[in-house]
Write a new protein. Structure first.
Lengths: 292, 270
């Protein structure tokens, strides 16, 4: 065998296990899933072609609109997490005794599993729980609130947990961003007499811009397909007030076994996410200090 | 100056309380056997501790079983991830072959693919492969980790070409070069990947509850959720189980922090 052809063969042999697994569990699902959205399929009987019927059904489906509205509302958590984690990163981006321990403490929620987080926060949100105690001590609320069974506030209570768990992750991203900024920029502004707040808004934030864009887009995609925190705390209740797209897909696929309809819902969600991903890739091609 | 430092530390401490309080409170609940669990104000005293809940949850609920499941799934999953990603990253970093760019692009493109569709179709695939309700079905879809391939490709790229050339002159084959010369030099990256996959497998619950039909096969995180559903009234036992489930992760994290920070930034900013 010629040497060149042989080395090509060797290269593909190395790649084979990964490419095989990706083909079966990553590429094929996207193709088959999209096709499946045009079928009715309950796993037991063979798939039946129904064309665009699922998508027409979806437009008239009350729960679809509830779910997509809640998923869209969930994006509200993005600016809060991003601003919070930028401030946190600025706070811990300094030489200080014990700063490593604080960074670790802020990161612990990130590595905790969702079932554990869900269990802990269900207790925190109890009528007689810690959240009510703290807010009542601070005179923010007059009497205890049932955070996880109140149709108008539960979604926000769950968002708060998303923020609590996510802050540390984004903090690390921004910390990397802050450490990539040469100190001269901020020092120059200080020498010119700018206040700390002024330096933050006019120098630090603009230089962090590529990181902010990346993190916001990751965060937005995660918010649109939010599932775990809902599943472990409310399962979409009370009265569907926290029912999101992913929750609906999960129920249709694995509780009702309406695989075709679940696939149609998934395709709609994928379209929304794909728009964000394309923006992500386009925007992030540029970046760093060369941006300016 | 001292005053400013004091203010800074107070702020840092307040934030640390915010992020860790739920853990500390759960620990307190798990260590007591009597008194109201929920009260305003909560009982934050450090007295009346006992290990009874831990002994109880360990001997009466299938917690050891879940831990064994988690250990098995995590061990096999992490090992296979390291093997598969190392193999794939090597030619992508250090070989020239037709179709290389296409393969690399295909792998990059998967980052844009919506994984929630995968959940539905992978369930159907597992049914066809007759793998539903097996441990293999839990780890198989996640061992070809894109993050891992990227991370290791980066590690292979940073190895000087001379090391490889020297071995080649000595007549070593591709497999020998990879195994004996290059792989040992990627150990730090392998460690980062191993830790990330460990956390991912240990914490996974969504895919396991979909694909496993026998609760006895659940990994710990999924099992804990299942037990919470069954024994919601026994808050103290669940609290003890929660602590048992969280402790290994926190210990691993405290010892390997460096790798975490490196991994996140390498993964997010490619």
């Amino acid at each position: 065998m010629p040497l060149r052809r042989r080395s090509t063969l060797v290269a593909y042999l190395f790649l084979l296990p990964a490419l095989g697994l990706l083909a079966v569990f990553t590429f094929y699902p996207v193709i088959f899933g999209t096709v499946l959205s045009l079928f009715e399929y309950d796993i037991i009987n063979p798939p039946r072609y129904v064309g665009w019927l699922q998508f027409q059904r979806l437009l008239a489906d009350r729960y679809f609109w509830i779910a997509i509205t809640n998923s869209a509302k969930y994006v509200l958590v993005v600016p809060v997490i991003q601003l919070g984690s930028i401030l946190l990163a600025v706070l811990v981006n300094r030489q200080l005794r014990g700063i490593g321990a604080f960074r670790a403490a802020y990161y612990v929620p990130v590595i905790t599993s969702w079932p554990v987080v869900g269990i802990m926060w269900t207790w925190m949100y109890d009528q007689q729980g810690v959240v009510n105690w703290v807010l009542r001590s601070l005179d923010v609320i007059a009497r205890p609130v049932s955070w996880l069974s109140h149709p108008t506030i539960t979604l926000y209570a769950v968002m708060f947990v998303t923020m609590w768990k996510g802050l540390g992750w984004y903090m690390v991203i921004y910390l990397a961003g802050l450490q990539a900024i040469p100190a001269e920029y901020e020092e120059a502004a200080m020498i010119d007499g700018a206040s700390r707040g002024r330096v933050f808004w006019s120098v630090t934030i603009p230089l962090l811009r590529p990181y902010i864009l990346l993190a916001s887009l990751i965060s937005t995609m995660a918010a649109v397909k939010v599932f775990e925190e809902i599943y472990v705390m409310t399962r979409g209740g009370p009265f569907f007030s926290t029912y999101t797209m992913f929750m609906y897909i999960f129920d249709e696929a694995f509780q009702e076994l309406n695989m075709g309809y679940a696939a149609a819902l998934a395709v709609v969600l994928a379209a929304v996410i794909l728009v964000f991903s394309v923006i992500n890739f386009r925007v992030f091609r540029r970046g760093g200090l060369e941006w300016y | 100056m001292v005053l400013r430092k004091l203010a800074l530390y107070s702020l840092l401490l307040a934030l640390a309380v915010f992020t860790t309080f739920p853990f500390l409170w759960t620990l307190l609940i798990s260590l007591r056997t009597r008194g109201p669990i929920f009260s305003i104000p909560p009982d934050l005293s450090l007295t009346g501790f006992s290990a009874a809940n831990y002994i109880g949850v360990w001997s009466t609920l299938p917690l050891p079983r879940y831990i064994a499941n988690s250990l098995y799934i995590t061990a096999v999953g992490v090992t296979l991830t390291l093997v598969v990603c190392s193999l794939a990253a090597y030619p992508l970093a250090r070989m020239q072959f037709p179709g290389k760019n296409a393969v690399f692009f295909a792998i990059v493109a998967t980052l844009m693919l919506p994984e929630h569709i995968g959940l539905i179709v992978n369930f159907v695939t597992m049914m066809r492969l007759r793998l539903v309700d097996t441990y293999a079905s839990v780890y198989l879809p996640s061992i070809a980790s894109i993050f891992g391939i990227f991370l290791l490709r980066q590690a292979y790229l940073s190895i000087p070409q001379e090391m490889e050339d020297a071995a080649r002159i000595d007549g070593a084959g591709e497999l020998t070069i990879w195994w004996r010369i290059l792989l040992p030099l990627t150990v730090p990256a392998l460690a980062t990947l191993a830790i990330f996959q460990f956390v991912a497998f240990w914490n996974s619950f969504l895919w396991p509850i979909i694909i496993l039909k026998t609760p006895d096969k659940y990994p710990l995180a999924a099992g804990l959720l299942y037990l919470r559903g069954l024994f919601a009234h026994n808050t103290r036992f669940i609290a003890a189980g929660t602590v048992i489930a969280t402790l290994p992760i926190i210990v691993v994290f405290l010892f390997t922090q460096r790798y975490f920070m490196r991994g996140i930034t390498a993964g997010a900013i490619k």
